[in-house]
Design a protein around this ligand. Structure first.
Ligand code: ZN
Length: 153
């Protein structure tokens, strides 16, 4: 910090304990390059060296206005698709995995399990999505999810 080499006898600004002001002082004693004791040029009192407050103020951290987090005006984009289209797409994506040989002909008195393939006379091949107690199930067909009757074991 101290660029100018100080030595005893130099004049330095210090707060004076008696005058209670920042005044010129003469350096009386130094330890390891630091001013320890000074003599006031005004009252001639000898006291410890107190750096002028301005030296501390200069060091005071500046309050920087950090960039605020961006206002959350951006709403996550939801694709505007109607549910039926999503269902048709799901069916299309699942369709390659369908094992037609395992499809069960739909029967309203039949019992089904989730992921079971169902062959419906009108809707075609579908896959059971949800079983709804006591007697319904949601089946995903090519045209979307249909609610069908079924039995539970
Ligand atoms: Zn003084």
């Amino acid at each position: 910090m101290t660029i100018r080499k100080l030595s005893a006898g130099d004049i330095i600004e210090s707060r004076c304990t008696k005058c209670r002001e920042v005044l010129n002082h003469r350096i009386v004693a130094m330890v390891e390059g630091k001013v320890v004791r000074v003599e006031c040029n005004t009252c001639n009192g000898v006291h410890n060296y107190y750096p002028p407050p301005s030296a501390k103020e200069a060091k005071a951290p500046r309050i920087t206005v950090a960039g605020k987090a961006r206002s959350t005006t951006a709403v996550p984009r939801m694709p505007r698709k109607d549910p039926a289209e999503i269902e048709r797409e799901e069916w299309a994506s699942l369709q390659p995995t369908f094992d037609y040989d395992k499809a069960i002909a739909y029967n309203m008195n039949g019992t089904y399990q989730v992921k079971r393939l169902v062959l419906h006379p009108s809707f075609g091949l579908g896959i059971v999505k949800v079983l709804i107690v006591p007697n319904k199930m949601q089946v995903l067909f090519k045209d979307g999810i249909k609610l069908l009757r079924c039995q539970f074991l």
